[in-house]
Design a binder for this molecule. Structure first.
Ligand SMILES: Cc1ncc(COP(=O)(O)O)c(C=O)c1O
Length: 366
């Protein structure tokens, strides 16, 4: 695509395409890993405060100091070890610019969050993509050698598979001179108490940057709030980039609401536990329906529908107003990524799959 007014760099860009956000039609939406449950009730209370409207007259705090302090308290770090951005996508973009522009290639898995190659393209970063093993797990030993650094989601997306903290430490030791960013967008769904976040390693590894988001775990995808934690020098680096791009990325309403949500650990645990329980139930039910289900520690399942064609199933579900994600990409084309909705939504999904299997004669009665 081109246009005489566009710079050559713009003409060469291939932007990221987010999952569909349908307008108008009421669908069961299991395609963008949103949380099916409402955010903390403290959000509603904070929204009712008239001071919030008053605050809109002025620019927001460019440093989001209250919010950084709240995140620091919650995660056991200092305020100057916290960087906040407009969704973790913005935190990721600034991280790519700040840490990964070197002569060597950046490393990330061949199957992972598809925004990573887009940032590389935007900032002219060369990259190499070590292949996941056949079971979709990451082989950390592949991340050795000269590199601009490494980034990977843990749990990975769209596989849902998780690395242990030992494996993450190994990765950090393989690249001691470069930043290793662990994108923990889904970590809250990974274990009983929020899983094995790499945050506990920050004190010992000056090259570790941990990135999280309120979008999935806190049910606040619409608020656009992500953050990074790391040693002070990395946070300073991110602030240099942010202050060369947009001084006020977090509006006053988002700052205020995020403070309210961050403090409600009880609500977070309850909502994530519900999602995890549903995930386990649905994984077992899909296996019963002859799906091959990748073991997931996130709020979605990657599953291959046995003898059925994955794209045909995606379309048949869509006809029944159920939206899941199909990636037409090598190694993924035979799978669907299914976000975990409410129990009722997931029961409707399972019923629709059974109906489609019966109509196509593909079910194997057990
Ligand atoms: C692995 C991963 N990282 C980051 C993001 C971005 O999240 P947000 O910008 O909503 O914080 C996503 C969203 O789907 C994701 O899957």
């Amino acid at each position: 695509m081109s246009n005489p007014f566009w710079s050559p760099a713009l003409a060469g860009l291939e932007p990221y395409v987010p999952g569909e956000q349908p307008r108008g039609r009421k669908l069961i939406k299991l395609n963008t890993n949103e949380n099916p449950y409402p955010p903390s009730p403290r959000i509603r209370e904070a929204l009712a405060d008239p001071a919030l409207v008053q605050a809109l007259r002025r620019y927001p705090d460019p440093e989001s100091a209250d919010l950084c302090a709240a995140i620091a308290t919650q995660y056991g770090v200092e305020s100057d070890q916290v960087f906040v951005g407009n969704g973790s996508d913005e935190v990721l973009a600034h991280s790519f610019y700040s840490f990964f522009r070197h002569d060597e290639p950046l490393l990330f898995p061949d199957i992972t969050y598809s925004f990573y190659p887009v940032y590389c393209q935007l900032y002219g970063i060369d990259y190499r993509t070590p292949a996941l093993r056949d079971d979709f797990s990451i082989a950390v030993e592949d991340y050795a050698g000269p590199a601009a650094g490494a980034i990977l989601p843990n749990p990975n997306a769209p596989s849902g598979r998780c690395l242990s903290l030992d494996e993450i430490e190994k990765l950090l030791q393989l690249q001691p001179e470069r930043v290793v960013a662990i994108d923990e967008a889904y970590i809250a769904f990974s274990g009983e108490r929020g899983g094995d976040s790499a945050i506990s390693l920050i004190d010992r590894y000056p090259n570790l940057l941990v990135i999280q988001t309120l979008s999935k775990s806190h049910a606040l995808a619409g608020l656009r709030l992500g953050f990074a934690l790391g040693q002070k020098h990395l946070i300073e680096g991110l602030n240099r980039t942010k202050n060369s791009f947009n001084s006020y990325p977090i509006d006053s309403v988002a700052q205020r609401l995020a403070v309210a949500a961050i403090g409600d650990g009880g609500h977070l645990a309850e909502s994530c536990n519900r999602v995890v329980a549903t995930r386990e139930r649905v994984a077992a039910a899909l296996a019963e329906l002859d799906f091959e289900v990748v073991p997931s520690r996130a709020n979605f399942l990657l599953a291959s529908p046995g003898t059925m064609d994955a794209e045909a199933l995606y379309l048949a579900l869509r006809e029944r107003d159920i939206l899941v994600r199909h990636f037409n990409k090598p190694r993924l084309a035979g799978y669907l990524r299914i976000s975990i909705g409410t129990d009722e939504e997931m029961d409707q999904l399972l019923a629709a799959v059974r109906e489609i299997q019966t109509a196509q004669g593909t079910s194997q009665t057990r």
